[in-house]
Ligand binder design. Structure first.
Ligand code: ARG
Length: 291
């Protein structure tokens, strides 16, 4: 699918949607029964049927864009399993398994690894605490890795060994943005073969979520990045998913929506307000299965 976008003021931009393969988990057992991030408030009621309806809108959007979506069966008693991004990190058919920081999510690690094995992936068993694609983002050929709240620095070394790729460690400092995918969105597909050459994979991020050292690394590596406002960050605007052209974002992230349009992307708004009660959004509900 190629969409030609009307030329912007200075330059014409052509963006291409790439077919993705995703893993999702229907939130049939979704609720907030414990607190492991500042968004979770067990005293506030949750509406599981509404969570399922909102999740289905995301699922349908992916299918509508021609992506392939696989499903893992939800397990009763594991309400956070809907956030499949934390279930592992997958490149070239190898899944680096997750080892969760908090006991409440512990059993999800083996459940996801079983799914990977049953579906033909090679599984790298984790030694170090890490929460999968929540904290590891592939940008071009480099892995951006988050630490500070969940995944450890040792897991950054481990993920680099598993995939033989350069890892850039970034430190998160605001507890509301406890996973890297709440503070950075990868906008473009992997560089190289798939992307056909020199175009650089770009990102959007929330500077405020990082310590100074990480901010300067990001500024140096991604001079063209979209810097997202605190307001858009606070509604989980960055917790979005892009196929290189269509970028699914929260309808509340109005500034980010405009920034994406200016750059020739097609922002698509899907509201996962119910799942935000668990501290997760669009990207959290999406794990990319790269073969
Ligand atoms: N309640 C979950 C947790 O705190 C939410 C996970 C969100 N996932 C993500 N990829 N950011 O672990």
């Amino acid at each position: 699918m190629t969409h030609n976008i009307a030329p912007a003021a200075e330059s014409a931009t052509t963006r291409t949607a790439h077919r993705r393969r995703y893993l999702m988990c229907r939130p049939e057992h979704f609720t907030v029964s414990y607190t492991i991030n500042p968004w979770m408030e067990p005293a506030n009621p949750t509406d599981t049927a509404k969570a399922v309806r909102q999740w289905e809108a995301l699922y349908d959007a992916y299918l509508g864009f021609g992506h392939e979506v696989h499903l893992i069966d939800p397990i009763e008693g594991l309400p956070d399993m809907v956030y499949t991004a934390n279930g592992g990190f997958v490149i070239d058919g190898t899944a680096y398994g997750a080892k969760f920081r908090f006991a409440e999510r512990g059993p999800e690690g083996p459940a996801f690894m079983d799914w990977f094995r049953d579906n033909g992936f090679t599984v790298a068993d984790p030694v170090e605490v890490n929460e999968g694609e929540g904290d590891f983002l592939l940008v071009g050929d480099v892995i951006l890795a988050g630490t500070g709240f969940r995944s450890t620095g040792d897991s950054h070394r481990e993920v680099g060994e598993v995939f033989g790729k350069e890892v850039v460690s970034l430190t998160l400092v605001d507890p509301r943005f406890y996973h890297l995918d709440t503070a950075i969105a990868v906008l473009d597909p992997v560089q190289g073969v798939e992307n056909g050459g020199p175009e650089k994979a770009n990102i959007a991020y929330l500077p405020h979520a990082f310590d100074e050292r990480s901010r300067s690394i990001l500024a140096e590596r991604f001079p063209d990045a979209i810097l997202v406002s605190d307001d858009d960050g606070a509604v989980f605007g960055l917790n979005s998913s892009s196929d290189g052209y269509n970028v699914i974002i929260s309808p509340r992230a109005v500034g980010f929506e405009a920034q994406l349009r200016e750059r020739g992307y097609n922002p698509v708004m899907i509201d996962l307000s119910e799942l935000l009660l668990g501290g997760g959004g669009i990207k959290c509900c999406t794990l990319e299965l790269r073969r």
